[in-house]
Ligand binder design. Structure first.
Ligand code: CMC
Length: 436
């Protein structure tokens, strides 16, 4: 649940009458929330387990108190540590935003320089990782490679298990943010059968990533400053999004006390799905399938009939608009001015216009989300579709890690363990094979 940060008065309560027993209970309300555990006292018999809430897909359950990211779905607001995403996209850099997410404040010059220096000095990976990636099939999906390789990193850093030591946690955070672009670029080069490119520590975070992706025979790779900037902004826009599916995976898996590489592999796996980080790839496939503006109307009809979904449309939280989508649309034209217009953008713009006027989409509050235009930008940068979720993962990494550390240092958190409502068979005796 997302809410304004102003604290609620302490004396608010909810009175519940259990019509099974006629008993009344008073439970405190804090930040417009009641504690599910307070419902446990509501019982018919003393031996009962007590009342639970049933909330498949966590539609209305806050699993944590967080100070990292604020979203208002109804107003289309996204802020990291209080700073509006539009301002960060315009004025910040990805590493500054990462530092903000992790430490809670915009870093002073010296702190940012030191953070940047440390990230830059952790970009290399062990040569065994190169061999590990070599062992994947020639056509392995880069997201599968990334997920497995991040998990494999845990075997290189057994010190990472000491979760109680803040310095150890910090070191892993720096390593992971630094190495994600290296792993991503290796996954891409493996796919293309190209030799891996080692990091160039003279370049910016995004510039070095472009270097590791695209450097060929030139002695020194010079990133295109417009593409470098656009990629950096895309990373900022993806850097955190409170308790989404992959962040919930990070917190849930991390709550078992496992090392952050293993927990982050779970986040990558969650992000891989077409309803989450795979959506940008699905958007480009959808626009390619539509093929022409004249086919949009029939595609929209299929979406309304429930045969297909308009990929890049709709969001669990945003019911007004996704503020990231606005920034990305502008960014798309900045990139197109540099490298030429992506022909699919005309279909995207026309589809967006038709859908935004259609009663089906309007009444369900379905608006373009962050992924509607991001895939088109990546494609124009010359990146293949199956790398798109990998790019999302690089951007989201500081958010996953900030949320992981917040979870570990929150005295209220324990190993994640939801309840269930058992509706299966009652006790029955085993039936031997001959009698079945
Ligand atoms: N196209 C057509 N209809 C849709 C769409 C869509 N993209 N999204 C939702 N609907 C309809 C859905 O059929 C349902 O209609 P009805 O009430 O008649 O049954 C209604 O809208 C509510 O949908 P829902 O599935 O209950 O909504 P949700 O909150 O569970 O799903 C979503 C959110 C993002 C999974 C969904 O909107 C979707 O599948 N969108 C397409 C995939 C996509 O773009 N994902 C990227 C999300 S943003 C990046 C990220 O966070 O990873």
């Amino acid at each position: 649940m997302t809410q304004e940060s102003s604290p609620a008065p302490d004396n608010q309560t909810l009175t519940i009458t259990d019509n099974r027993t006629g008993k009344t209970y008073e439970v405190p309300i804090t930040h417009d929330t009641i504690r599910a555990m307070d419902l446990r006292a509501i019982k018919v018999k003393d031996t009962d387990f007590g009342l639970m809430t049933y909330d498949p897909a966590f539609m209305n359950t806050a699993s944590t108190r967080s100070r990292i990211t604020y979203i208002s779905g109804s107003q289309g607001i996204l802020r990291y540590r209080g700073y509006p995403i539009e301002q960060l996209a315009e004025h910040s850099s990805f590493l500054e935003t990462a530092s903000l997410l992790l430490d809670g404040e915009l870093p002073k010059r010296g702190a940012l320089d030191s953070f940047t220096h440390q990230i830059t000095n952790h970009t290399m990976v062990h040569e065994n990782i190169r061999e590990f990636i070599d062992a994947f099939r020639y056509d392995a999906h880069p997201m599968g490679i990334l997920t497995s390789t991040v998990a494999a990193l845990s075997t290189f850093y057994p010190d990472a298990k000491d979760l109680d030591d803040p310095a150890v946690r910090r070191l892993q955070i720096l390593r992971i943010i630094a190495k994600m672009p290296t792993l991503a670029a290796y996954a891409y080069r493996h796919r293309r059968g190209l030799p891996y490119v080692y990091p160039d520590n003279d370049l910016s975070y995004s510039g070095n990533f472009l270097n590791m992706l695209f450097k060929m025979t030139e002695v020194k790779y010079q990133p295109n400053p417009i593409i470098e900037k656009a990629l950096d902004v895309l990373f900022i826009l993806h850097a955190d999004h409170e308790q989404n599916c992959s962040t919930t995976a990070m917190r849930g898996v991390g709550s078992s006390g496992v090392d952050p590489y293993s927990a982050l592999a779970a986040s990558c796996a969650a992000l891989y799905g077409p309803l989450h980080g795979g959506a940008n790839e699905a958007v480009v496939r959808m626009l390619t399938e539509i093929g022409s503006v004249k086919n949009i109307a029939s595609y929209v009809e299929r979406a309304k009939a429930g045969e297909v979904r308009l990929m890049g449309f709709g969001h669990r939280v945003y019911k007004n608009y996704d503020p990231r989508a606005k920034v990305i649309k502008k960014l798309a034209y900045m990139v197109f001015d540099e490298v030429g217009k992506n022909p699919l953008v005309d279909i995207a713009v026309a589809l967006e216009k038709i859908a935004l006027e259609d009663e089906y989409f309007v009444s369900r509050k379905l608006y373009p989300n962050v992924d509607f235009y991001s895939g088109l930008i990546y494609q124009s940068m010359g990146l293949p579709m199956d790398l798109f979720p990998v790019l999302f993962a690089i951007g989201r990494t500081p958010g996953w890690l900030a949320q992981w550390e917040e979870m570990l240092t929150d005295p209220e958190q324990k190993i994640a363990r939801p309840r269930q409502i058992y509706l299966g068979e009652d006790k029955r005796d085993f039936v031997p094979m001959v009698d079945r």
